[in-house]
Design a protein around this ligand. Structure first.
Ligand code: S3P
Length: 462
């Protein structure tokens, strides 16, 4: 297990840096390339552990992945009906996206598969996919949730769908905006005899819809409604080339760090700026941050930008409503902005944070208080009082949550003495070169303990 020792920033963060490729788009590219007829080439693929979990699972079902370079994979798809029964369990690691999207795909297969995950994933709620998949005819069982009555969690046992049976159409009006639920239904919907209709309260990330549309699947998306009707479709997706945009969810840590360290000027390059993901840019703007997205056209049907950030005086703001699903993974780092803003920041409508890799409302409250920042925990968010004096140095636990570990590391740049962030191997799930990138910008971070595979901490440099 490794820890970060983060030193207070003595100089501005300066530079232009790449960010890892988008994890959400990576999962979808791997899954759809696996189901395509023919070869696909995935470039700018950054091999975070979550994406690797998806790739390993598909490999176990007969899909061929050739590593042709550090950031390039060639995939020989099996076609929609060519997957083979895996010999063992499919390990989704820490990745909720892997488990939920795979469950949708596996629900239509003529074999049984078992999806397992790490301790964090084995506490996450799965009824949100189990129930609608069952409603369309899938066999799917979860383990009883350890604390939530009526809820299920991993391991999930999915299938088989008996010969001659088909998944049916479904109309789901979801209470939560969730790209994972939406995508699980759409992937199962590729195999269904009937229409998949999904409506969510506000639109969640739409990468699945964009990619399916580009591959000729009969899907229509309007606002927060999506409909897939496979009638008349030949059930074939061609192989494709995709160059994955940078991950705005990773860039967010650097863009916020630039606000917190006086005099900083940071540019993150080739960042995906799909409007269903740019809530954090709006939050930054609302809080007075120095931030500008410079559009660079499209890549893989997704808008990309260079995002420039420079330190500017921050003010408290209200964060809630439809912005939240578009910034759902960035709320922890938005808490770091709030901690250094003048005045109060109120975060509401964010109860989903309680069921992420950790309970991010409770974990962030603990981290903020350790740094000497006053905050109130609410069922659906936090109220945070900004603090202008240097923060208290801390020793805090990441709780195995990558976004908590990185948020705490960014906050520690503004403490009056070095801080220790414990249990940071999890950072490799989404941002394997986090430390190297921050060091390249001028931050001083040490990594102590034995690094896990894939972590860049000993190498340094972005
Ligand atoms: C993701 C969807 C979101 C997000 C997660 C990635 C995806 O989860 O928090 O990190 O790639 O579909 P929910 O669908 O549970 O909101």
């Amino acid at each position: 297990m490794t820890d970060f020792v983060v030193h207070p920033a003595k100089k501005p963060l300066i530079g232009s840096v790449p960010v890892p490729s988008d994890k959400s788009i990576g999962h979808r590219a791997l899954l759809l390339a696996s189901l395509a007829n023919g070869k696909s080439r995935i470039t700018s693929f950054s091999r975070g552990e979550d994406n690797v979990s998806t790739m390993t699972a598909m490999r176990a079902m007969g899909v061929i992945f050739e590593d042709v370079g550090p950031a390039e994979v060639v995939v020989t798809g099996s076609g929609l009906f060519g997957l083979v029964e895996p010999a063992g369990t499919l390990d989704c690691g820490n990745s909720g996206t892997t488990m939920r999207l795979l469950a949708g795909l596996l629900a239509a297969q003529p074999f049984r598969s078992t999806l397992v995950g790490d301790a964090s994933l084995t506490r996450r709620p799965m009824m949100r996919i189990v129930k609608p998949l069952r409603a369309r005819g899938a066999r799917i069982e979860g383990a009883p949730h350890p604390t939530k009555e009526g809820e299920v969690t991993a391991p999930l046992v999915v299938g088989p769908l008996p010969e001659g049976e088909y998944l049916q159409g479904i109309e789901l009006v979801s209470k939560v905006a969730s790209a994972q639920v939406k995508s699980a239904l759409l992937l199962s919907g590729l195999y269904a005899h009937g229409t998949t209709y999904f409506k969510e309260p506000t639109v969640s990330r739409d990468h699945t819809e964009r990619m399916l549309q580009a591959l000729g699947v009969p899907i229509r998306a309007v606002g927060s409604v999506v409909e897939l009707d496979p009638a008349g479709w030949n059930a074939q997706m061609p192989g494709f080339d995709i160059d994955i945009p940078g991950d705005i969810s990773a860039a967010a840590f650097l863009l916020v760090a630039a606000q917190l360290v006086a005099g900083s000027q940071v540019t993150t390059r080739d960042v995906g700026t799909n409007p269903t993901r740019t809530g954090i840019l709006e939050i930054l703007r609302d809080m007075g941050a120095g931030i500008r997205a410079e559009p660079q056209g499209e890549r893989a049907g997704e808008p990309i930008s260079q995002v420039h950030a420079w330190a500017a005086p921050l003010r408290g703001a209200k964060i809630g409503g439809e912005t939240v699903p578009r910034a759902i993974d960035e709320i922890p780092i938005a808490c770091a902005l709030a901690a250094r803003a003048t005045g109060t920041t109120t975060i509401s409508d964010a109860e989903e944070l309680r069921v992420k890799e950790s309970d991010r409302i409770a974990t962030m409250a603990t981290v903020l208080r350790a740094f000497g920042v006053e905050c109130e925990e609410r069922p659906d968010g936090l109220v945070i009082e900004g603090k202008s004096a240097p923060l208290e140095p801390v020793t805090v636990e990441s709780k195995g949550d990558h976004r908590i570990a990185m948020t705490a590391a960014v906050l520690a740049l503004t403490a009056r003495a070095p801080s220790t962030i414990r249990d940071v191997d999890c950072v490799a799930t989404s941002f394997p070169r986090f430390v190297g990138t921050l060091r390249a910008l001028g931050a001083e971070i040490e990594v102590v303990g034995a690094p896990s595979a894939g972590h860049d901490v000993v190498k340094g440099g972005a």
